[in-house]
Write a protein that binds this ligand. Structure first.
Ligand SMILES: NC(=O)c1ccc[n+]([C@@H]2O[C@H](COP(=O)([O-])OP(=O)(O)OC[C@H]3O[C@@H](n4cnc5c(N)ncnc54)[C@H](OP(=O)(O)O)[C@@H]3O)[C@@H](O)[C@H]2O)c1
Length: 284
């Protein structure tokens, strides 16, 4: 079932279908989680300027003993940096690496076109192997497609069984883009994880409910980056590639879509994001 292990992006770059997320992890936690994930076989790490743990992610990559080329490193530019011409250089310095595998515009806030142009320049200079978007609506994706010189490869956005983004996925697929799910486990919502359907499938396959949800994601084409501080969860969340849900089971999970998100941004929040400067230089 190795066909689900990686996906080829629209510029030929191979991206792992499952990785580790680091949202809300303090530097020590992020370093420990990434090290634990890399030891379990993960090769994709997702961080962001705004998580204020990029230095810790860089340390974990080095301590893992893996070659840089074996790891797919993803990070996101924060809106208040979109108009700072050295934002990518500073991000590289914090990560202690000379390239990023996938760089995203974190939010459609502030001058996001300037942010996109900055990513395109970094792509052309070989500092970034692929670029993408996060939290963009269908219309905002279309806007970027209408002005871009380098096509975005990925859209990272909220996706889980209660919020499946089927129409957005159709648009992305028609434009040669792929979706990456944040909150793949509903941010740990036990109401979602303990849904009886997942319990039934977990028993059938000898897996955990979380593994059933994550397997559904990768089988549905959603790249996943579950966050965890728990080494047992980290191990389980990557053991997804040696079993397969049937088409009927995939359809049962597809029918759970309620169109309900855990997080909704407002114009006021986006305005605040554009003004907020995360303390990136003070991180450990
Ligand atoms: N682009 C954006 O705006 C954006 C927004 C949010 C998140 N993200 C990215 O997406 C990643 C994932 O989101 P998230 O971490 O907030 O939510 P998530 O992955 O849906 O859920 C994480 C929560 O689930 C728990 N969990 C993890 N594995 C589990 C398992 N096997 N069984 C039971 N519980 C489990 C974790 O607790 P334990 O620590 O106890 O395992 C944690 O509380 C983030 O880390 C970040 O990289 C991006």
């Amino acid at each position: 079932m190795s066909e689900h292990l990686t996906i080829k992006l629209n510029n030929g770059v191979e991206m792992p279908m499952a990785g580790i997320g680091t949202f809300l992890l303090a530097p020590d936690e992020a370093e420990a989680s990434c090290l634990s994930a890399l030891a379990c076989g993960y090769r994709l790490i997702d961080t962001a300027n705004a998580y204020v743990n990029e230095r810790a992610v860089g340390r974990a990559m080095r301590k893992s003993g893996l070659n840089r080329g074996e790891i797919f490193l993803e990070t996101k530019l924060w809106p208040s940096f979109y108009e700072q011409p050295d934002a990518v250089e500073k991000t590289l310095a914090r990560l202690d690496t000379d390239y990023i595998d996938l760089l995203l515009i974190h939010q459609p806030a502030g001058n996001y076109i300037a942010g996109y142009r900055q990513m395109e320049a970094a792509y052309k200079e070989g500092k970034v192997r692929s670029i993408g978007l996060s939290n963009f609506s269908k219309d905002q994706v279309r806007e970027i497609l209408s002005i871009c010189q380098v096509k975005p490869a990925v859209l990272q956005t909220e996706v889980h069984p209660y919020y499946q983004e089927k129409a957005l996925k159709e648009l992305l697929s028609s434009k040669g883009m792929v979706i990456q799910a944040w909150y793949p486990l509903g941010h740990g919502d036990t109401a979602l994880i303990n849904e009886p359907l997942f319990g039934r499938l977990a028993e059938k396959y000898g897996r955990t409910n979380a593994q059933i949800i994550l397997r559904w994601h990768v089988q549905a084409g959603n790249i996943v980056i579950p966050g965890s501080k728990n080494p047992a969860h980290i191990r389980d969340n990557f053991a997804l590639f040696d079993f397969e849900l049937t088409p009927e089971e995939m359809a049962e999970i597809a029918a759970m879509d309620k169109g309900v998100r855990y997080y909704t941004s407002t114009p006021e929040m986006l305005k605040r994001y554009a003004e907020l400067v995360p303390p990136v230089e003070e991180q450990k």
